[in-house]
Design a protein around this ligand. Structure first.
Ligand SMILES: C[S@@+](CC[C@H](N)C(=O)[O-])C[C@H]1O[C@@H](n2cnc3c(N)ncnc32)[C@H](O)[C@@H]1O
Length: 267
């Protein structure tokens, strides 16, 4: 098992870890419907030039490439872009958004999901994304606030305490790596301060049960972030019990909040 938090400071998961493919699959199942509904609402269509930052498994980049045809183009970036399959109209860049150059005033749409929250330099990155937009272009950030997510129905009190310790440990894991676990709630204000107008934050929560894609994602975290959880004091036995709890048909919790925030660069 790779020790992810020390391998890649500023990003707690490792896109080269053997768990990364599953992570991208679960992220896509849980959040692509929300992301693409919002992008659809922004009017993304033929001819648009789009930038997808930290594209992960590439599902959103592929959706965009289909949407902007004919005549449009999509650039998908990632520090570790190995999971992004080639597609017509899609260029893939190995690119660190904290330090590598971005074109100025180039894109009709810049989208990034669950990337800035991990990066200590998120405000500088946000400013760079704004400058990459054409005047009138749209930035969409889809970001978590994982500090919210109450348990609702648990098999017993011990299970509730275990779930709450798991959520707290994940907040500590992410904070230690430089993430802001509540970034989703701050993104809209930061986008307005970065000069965007018509800023539109849409919070999304849902009921989680054992069949929810979001629950499959957090169950996956017990494996992908295993070493980091152990450093935060959780044992392998507790992590196995968390997986059992998340698979229990009686488990009910409110999801964390994902904020889908759009803003426009002034003309
Ligand atoms: C939590 S994953 C989200 C992936 C995808 N956006 C999604 O929501 O399905 C974060 C992604 O950001 C990438 N990443 C991390 N740091 C980055 C950086 N400095 N520049 C560009 N990409 C980065 C990771 O490799 C990973 O693919």
């Amino acid at each position: 098992m790779t020790d992810t938090a020390t391998a890649d400071p500023g990003y707690v998961f490792d896109n080269h870890n053997e768990n990364a493919r599953d992570q991208h699959r679960f992220l896509a199942a849980a959040y692509d419907p929300l992301t693409t509904r919002r992008l659809d609402g922004a009017g993304v269509g033929p001819g648009w030039r789009c930038l997808e930052v930290g594209a992960g498994g590439g599902g959103v980049a592929h959706w965009l490439a289909r949407r902007v045809a004919p005549g449009g183009s999509v650039v998908a970036t990632d520090v570790k872009p190995d999971h992004i399959a080639p597609a017509e109209g899609l260029r893939v860049w190995r690119h660190d958004v904290t330090s590598d150059p971005l074109p100025e005033a180039e894109f009709d749409l810049v989208h990034s999901r669950l990337v800035l929250l991990h990066l200590p330099e998120r405000i500088e990155v946000l400013n760079r994304l704004v400058h990459a937009l054409k005047p009138g272009g749209v930035l969409q950030l889809d970001e978590f606030d994982i500090t919210y997510g109450p348990s609702l129905l648990m098999p017993d009190t011990g299970a509730r305490e275990l779930y709450e310790e798991f959520l707290s440990a994940k907040i500590r894991v992410m904070s230690r790596a430089g993430a802001d676990p509540a970034w989703g709630r701050h993104a809209a204000g930061a986008m307005r301060r970065a000069g965007l107008v018509d800023v539109d934050p849409q919070p999304h929560v849902e009921l989680w049960d054992s069949g929810s894609p979001g629950v499959h994602l957090i169950a996956h975290h017990t494996r992908h972030l295993r070493d980091a959880f152990v450093r935060e004091g959780m044992t392998d036995g507790q992590l196995a019990r968390v997986r059992g709890l998340l698979a229990d048909p009686s488990f009910r919790a409110c999801s964390c909040v994902v904020y889908s925030v759009q803003g426009r660069r002034p003309e």
